[in-house]
Design a protein around this ligand. Sequence first.
Ligand SMILES: Nc1ncnc2c1ncn2[C@@H]1O[C@H](COP(=O)(O)OP(=O)(O)OP(=O)(O)O)[C@@H](O)[C@H]1O
Length: 404
Amino acid sequence: MELSPSSPPSPPEILNLDSIRALRILGKGAAGTVFLVRDVASVSSSFFAVKLVHKSSASSLRRARWEIEVLRRLSTDSLQNPFLPRLLSSYESPEFFAWAVPYCSGGDLNVLLRRQNDGVFSSSVIRFYVAEIVVALEHLHSMGIAYRDLKPENILIQQSGHVTLTDFDLSRSLKKPTGPQFCQPDPELRTIRTKSRSFSRWISSAAESNKTGLKKTRSARVNPINRRKTSFSSGERSNSFVGTEEYVSPEIIRGHGHDFAVDWWALGVLTYEMMYGETPFIGKSKKETFQNVLVKEPEFAGKPNDLTDLIQRLLVKDPSRRLGSHRGAAEIKEHSFIAGVSWDLLTEVLRPPFIPLRDDGELTVGGFDIKEHLEKLRTPSSAPQSPLRSPPHMCHKNDPFIDF
Ligand SMILES: Nc1ncnc2c1ncn2[C@@H]1O[C@H](COP(=O)(O)OP(=O)(O)OP(=O)(O)O)[C@@H](O)[C@H]1O
């Protein structure tokens, strides 16, 4: 397989905020806001995505630094993976971080899935996405990075129709897999359990408060219902506070330490969601969802087949018995559901099932100056409402970036 990204522009190392215009908000997460921007200084007037994260807390600072570091590593890696992003440029001010990555014009997989008539993909479409995601995760794992945030919202569709994983702030450097992997206790997880709320999308507040006597964690970031809502208004998308509790693995809930196998578990949940349009363990509350993750077996409608078998093997509660836990991606690639894929020719042979329409024409006009926008945000009382602001009902009151 050719390991190179699809013809990205080559802007400078330092992101020059003076030469870019933000055209619209592509998405809002718990950590930051992502803008579609145009480089007005470049002859080709290239488009890319800029993620802006405010240094509002030690945790947002640390996570933004780490995300930039991962992107930098991905960019300097001699073998660039076509399903992982690269850092185009970055900028740091005393108040915020901003960094640029290639723009993925097809939006994210969650939106694509919800747009299907019956809210599900066919097996051949699932095979395509699973294959590309396995290759992306394999690459990350080979770099010693566990992704830990696989979910449809973090799988973006490039203009070519191929996928790109995004959002690496929850990823973590683990000992590189060499032979059988074993679980490493996660020091970050321990710290978070006793000190911080920032990892709330991974941790059961109820379970943790019982153990530690800590005040119940706010459930702001994890609301399964909100995952279904994706609003489109003036081209803006807001999907803040999407939940990942439905994707969390049993070993993370138990807090016994975890390794790369958490990504294979999440792949099982994702594959199930692509097949049935809903995740396998969702309950009425976070507590019930976590209980289901720990004890409930996934339910399959219809006859067992290769696809349901793959899902079942990925959703094994014991991480040491889970598909992928011994030989990593190689085990998954051998499974009958995807064994026929030409791995070396993935980007050339498999035709992407959905290719975004080109919207370049629409994107060449208008926009606003990010620096001016930030200035206005410093004096919110005098600031006019941003025309790019997301609809209020999609913003959470605790969102530090509500105005971005
Ligand atoms: N390169 C890109 N091209 C197009 N859209 C993007 C790009 N990067 C991010 N987005 C959009 O912005 C959304 C938020 O991005 P991202 O997940 O990186 O932010 P976040 O603040 O870290 O979110 P989270 O709360 O999941 O941690 C994505 O779900 C996607 O819709």
